[in-house]
Design a protein around this ligand. Sequence first.
Ligand code: NAD
Length: 369
Amino acid sequence: MANNKILILAGDCVGPEVMMQARRVLSWLNDTGAASFEIEDGLVGGASYDAYGNPLTDETVKLALEADAVLFGSIGGPQWDGVDYDLRPEKGLLRLRQGMGLFANLRPAIVFDALSGASALKTELVKSLNIMIVRELIGGIYFGEPRGIEDLGNRGQRGYNTQAYATEEIVRIGHVAYELARKRDKRVCSVDKANVMESGVVWREEITKLHDTNYTDIELSHMFVDNCSMQLVRAPKQFDVILTDNLFGDILSDLAAMLTGSLGMLPSASLGAVGDNGRQPALYEPVHGSAPDIAGQNKCNPLAQILSLSMMLRYSFEMEDQADLVENAVEAVLGKNIRTGDIAGEGINPVGTVEMGDAVLKEMEVLAG
Ligand code: NAD
């Protein structure tokens, strides 16, 4: 089996703690011959700032582009609050996404049966929920020009941004959503605001055209973003893949994440375009941040990091069986009421980060027979 190269960027605060548990899963896969990974480590965020005076060095970007996938922890913490804005840890991640051309952000919102009571919504609305939000990540209003703040003299000031999407940007994210849907329930709901925004009109036209030319096996629907936010709370299980732009995706993916009720459980993936070398830049990371309030206390839930690893197995390496194994192990652990503090609920004594890692490995052993 050829070696697959992974760059691990554990980052700051709880990043290295949860990454340690993901590393144990990777080692298990290597040791049992289920996979063959070559692992390299790099610094990012505050850790990189402390070592090099920069939250992301060119060398790290190079390593990321040379790897088959990047497994990322989390960055930031109050110890870097006083650092110049452009050198803050968070800038390291933004620059890494840009440097790797990661235009597609995949955010699954999955409710494990054992945790369906943790949602703010009624259990029957979210039980077995499994939706995937595909968000365009490097275009739209967060990057559009012109942008700025204009001084209006004695009339105050005016802030402005530009929402713009061109065919090429829409089509490449459209392909990602349709291809994903092919591996799922074959349904894409494209979300825009075409009733009041020209960028939405173009978005809808291009997504429809792409569907009609390449993806007639997929059921396509369109929804305005205001309705979609309502539907996500009213009847979230109606969705399979939701495809949307950068701004709407930012908001809807957080909303969908909270349907699951547990920040410590949520993985994500960010993908770029397949290059001439046949390689698709990809970065996998938990949705949560560096949780400085619980760092170093063996309290952090490592499952979002471990599930980010299973997304990596599935999407970068097409290791469906190994990804299923990891996810089934997580499901089994939760089914046995083994929980970290964030998901423990009443009457359950929480376990620590390491013990949660132990439990996942143990279930992997059992399931692998
Ligand atoms: P956060 O996600 O780090 O924490 C929010 C709350 O959730 C905290 O109380 C934390 O203890 C808890 N929490 C988060 N993940 C958890 C887990 N796996 N298990 C148990 N509890 C968990 O968000 P924040 O407090 O707003 O930000 C803290 C730092 O993280 C900031 O410096 C922020 O910039 C950074 N941040 C980084 C990323 C990233 O690396 N991608 C994302 C968001 C925030």
